[in-house]
Design a protein around this ligand. Structure first.
Ligand SMILES: *Cc1c(COP(=O)(O)O)cnc(C)c1O
Length: 477
């Protein structure tokens, strides 16, 4: 009787076992621990200098709280570790592959599943095949590896987020949405036959981890269908996106998170997913397609570079962990804790006066470095300055998502800045506890004082693609 009442209560469905408390307890106990090495301010200064002020070039044991990325940094559950022992390492037709394939087929409804070692491998295969000079790809926002894989083929990648996405302080339920008015215009300008694909990124990673509504996905789907343009979901964080849909979009209050995700997959022609995000594993990805011919062409490329069609660069044990992870990620208690704990960090920072993208997205908090360090011009990368200060002050590793990552140069080598100068604090899944987050808050509190003395940076070395990974910096002045 009691369980019946609980199940009928909508709050229960959102996943909030401890209703009525302020403290969000982690819905897990810790069985294995990994030590964090503490460092002194003096040590961190030396480490950062040696890393040329690029936190990607730091050693992980020089970092106390690693908020560089939520990608591949999840803690696996005891069920996932147990499943790994059952890994079938056969070259072809492994039972572990069947488990992964079945799970993805039943979630997505697509006929063809191609395993890859991570998301960008799937991107290179699909966009390498569809791309080339004169081709155009359109997205709410292309993630950096997506854009790089497209541009590498000579094609162009155009971002058309809704205007609300750039009003970074305004409340809006679905800032991740794609601007469908611009989409129609672009398709008719470029000609439908020149469009490689329309890519809807859920949640919109580079745009602040903001969700995409089902209504928007439906509209994009209809526009693509009526123009005969391929519609691909970048589904890296589709479970987190489903949480926001259930919470904010009318008509989804009583649907399960997994059903919401399945409905979104049903609207597209295919999907790419990095399982290092909502797959709750440390390595893995897939490309999933409806079309037989497109899938056959991609499978050929898969075998040339990734591996045979039943493992694609993954070991049997990886595929076992993926099959379990894709179930666990839709658990209401997990998703509630996940989204609420990210919001906790954001809400507290905002109360402290730290300028942020609002509302808080799913996997990360994005600090607006341009207003945090308003005295540093964009040509001197205020985001990179904040990344460095967070490390120097508290050993916190974060990443700049601004003109270091997305800046370009015009003919006279003048910087064309990115639309926003952000610093991302990405939260690894099931890794840090509330006291780690309290520590991050304290570091920010200290950084708020003496902000105006912090100096910007110039780039001393940069590679041609994805420059933020390897770039080197020097402090200005
Ligand atoms: C991480 C990510 C990718 C690329 O996946 P990798 O596994 O890192 O290669 C693509 N798109 C989005 C939105 C991502 O977040």
């Amino acid at each position: 009787m009691i369980s019946l009442i609980l199940q009928q209560s909508p709050a229960w469905h959102l996943g909030s076992v401890m209703e009525g408390f302020k403290t969000i307890i982690e819905p897990f106990k810790i069985k294995t621990v990994e030590p964090i090495k503490m460092t002194t301010a003096e040590q961190r200064k030396v480490f950062l200098e040696r890393a040329h002020y690029n936190t990607f070039l730091l050693q992980s044991d020089q970092v106390a709280i690693d908020l560089l990325t939520d990608s591949g940094t999840s803690a696996m559950s005891s069920d996932q570790w147990a499943a790994m022992m059952r890994g079938d390492e056969s070259y072809a037709g492994a039972s572990s592959w069947s488990k992964m394939e079945d799970e993805i087929k039943s979630l997505t409804g697509y006929a063809h599943i191609l395993p890859t070692h991570q998301g960008r491998a799937a991107e290179r295969i699909l966009y390498g095949y569809l791309g080339g000079k004169g081709r155009t790809f359109i997205s709410n926002t292309h993630f950096d590896t997506t854009r790089a894989n497209i541009e590498f083929t000579g094609a162009e990648a155009i971002d058309i987020p809704v205007p609300e996405a750039t009003h970074i302080l305004e409340n809006h339920a679905f800032k991740g949405n794609l601007d469908t008015v611009k989409l129609k215009k672009l398709i008719s300008e470029k000609g439908a036959e020149s469009i490689g694909a329309v890519i809807l990124t859920v949640t919109n990673n580079s745009g602040g981890g903001q969700p995409v509504s089902m209504a928007n996905a439906k509209e994009v789907s209809e526009i693509c269908r009526s123009n005969n343009v391929l519609f691909i979901l970048d589904a890296c964080r589709i479970a987190e996106n489903s949480y926001f849909i259930r919470l904010r979009e009318k008509g989804y209050e009583n649907k399960s998170y997994r059903d919401i995700a399945s409905e979104m997959f049903s609207l597209a022609d295919g999907a790419i997913m990095s399982l290092k995000k909502d797959g709750l594993v440390n390595m893995g990805g897939f490309l999933a397609l409806r079309d037989d011919q497109l899938s056959a062409a991609c499978t050929e490329l898969l075998i040339v570079t990734e591996g045979y069609a039943t493992y694609g660069g993954l070991s049997g044990r990886d595929m076992e962990a993926i099959a379990v992870g894709l179930k666990e990620v839709f658990d209401p208690d997990y998703l509630h804790y996940r989204i609420r704990s990210t919001a906790y960090l954001g809400e507290r920072l905002r109360n402290m006066g730290v300028p942020l993208i609002w509302p808080i997205g799913g996997h990360a908090v994005y600090v607006d470095a341009r207003s945090f360090y308003s005295h540093i011009p964009v040509e001197q990368y205020p985001g990179q300055a904040l990344v460095c200060e967070l490390y120097l002050m508290g050993g916190i590793r974060s990443v700049e998502i601004g003109s270091v990552m997305f800046g370009k140069y015009d003919e006279s080598h003048q910087l064309i800045p990115a639309p926003m100068e952000l610093v991302r604090l990405a939260i690894p899944r099931r890794v840090y506890t509330q006291s780690h987050i309290e520590f991050v808050l304290e570091v920010f509190e200290k950084l708020l004082y003496g902000r105006e003395k912090v100096k910007g940076f110039e780039i001393t070395f940069e590679p041609r693609f994805l420059r933020h990974f390897m770039a080197r910096f020097r402090r200005v002045g």
